[in-house]
Design a protein around this ligand. Structure first.
Ligand code: ADP
Ligand code: MG
Length: 255
């Protein structure tokens, strides 16, 4: 923990209450209650198939849910995809970085980063370009601006994806296993960029298997077991003294 501790009693920027999600017969998320306050870094861990991606995709409206309520920065999403205006607002305020970088292959690095601010926010080319160059420098790839994604390493592409998300000036950043598709020697450079972002006070929800990183940057760790939050707490508590048998068994397998 390098940044100042977020105030635990601050008004949450993310709030899920009794959220339930089904894929047909499959009950994927079960009574999820979760709040995140501004500046907080929440790391979500759990076995493969436990519902981590689904949870994080619900937060920016990529997935519908069937029961419960979800509020992001004052925008309320209701079950079954109602409230489309709120959905649009959430999508412009929440940035996301996926395991697969999902860059536009036919656009240069610079154009990947300027596209959304120009199209969605209506920024001029000059403003968007200046911001993009600043962000590319911030993630350490200012010299790659005119290349195409295929000419970059995986670690560089993921840092472009991060810069692209940040260009929209998000209020919240979601990460779904951002380093899982990377060669080992490139994981560090992406984690460094995320660590820096956390230090600057960005609110972040991160799904990761990088337990060392989780211990270091998380204000709170959430352990999901079969669609339920089985245990949550500060990293020292979850990693050093897990209470729930499923947390103990998961950690004994991954640590
Ligand atoms: P995790 O990210 O923790 O590995 P997921 O959220 O991806 O877990 O998946 C949770 C469960 O939901 C798994 O059983 C998975 O097979 C199922 N699932 C995920 N996406 C879909 C989908 N689009 N349709 C049907 N089932 C899905
Ligand atoms: Mg997943």
């Amino acid at each position: 923990m390098t940044h100042e501790k977020p105030a635990p009693d601050a008004t949450p920027i993310v709030s899920l209450s009794k959220l339930n999600k089904h894929y047909g017969e499959l009950h994927v998320l079960k009574d999820i209650d979760l709040t995140v306050v501004p500046g907080e870094v929440v790391v979500i861990i759990g076995a493969s198939g436990s519902g981590k991606s689904t949870l994080i995709r619900c937060v920016n409206g990529l997935e519908e849910f069937q029961q419960g309520e979800l509020e992001v920065d004052g925008n309320t999403l209701l079950p079954n995809g109602k409230a489309t205006r709120a959905l649009q607002k959430i999508r412009t305020e929440v940035g996301m970085v996926f395991q697969q970088f999902n860059l536009f292959p036919h656009l240069s690095v610079l154009d990947n980063v300027t596209l959304a601010p120009m199209r969605v926010r209506g920024w001029s080319q000059d403003d968007a370009t200046a911001t993009a160059r600043r962000l590319l420098a911030r993630v350490g790839i200012s010299d790659q601006a005119d290349k195409y994604p295929s000419q970059l390493s995986g670690g560089q592409q993921q840092r472009v994806a991060l810069a692209r998300a940040l260009a929209m000036e998000p209020r919240l950043m979601l990460f779904d296993e951002p380093t899982s598709a990377l060669d080992p020697e490139m994981i560090g450079e992406v984690l460094d960029a995320m660590r820096e972002l956390a230090r600057e006070g960005m609110t972040m929800m991160i799904v990761t298997h990088e337990m060392g990183f989780a211990r270091e940057v998380a204000d709170r760790v959430i352990f999901i077991d079969k669609g339920r939050i089985a245990e949550e707490g500060p990293p020292e508590q979850i990693f050093d003294a897990p209470q729930h048998p499923s947390t103990q068994s998961f950690l004994s397998r991954v640590l």
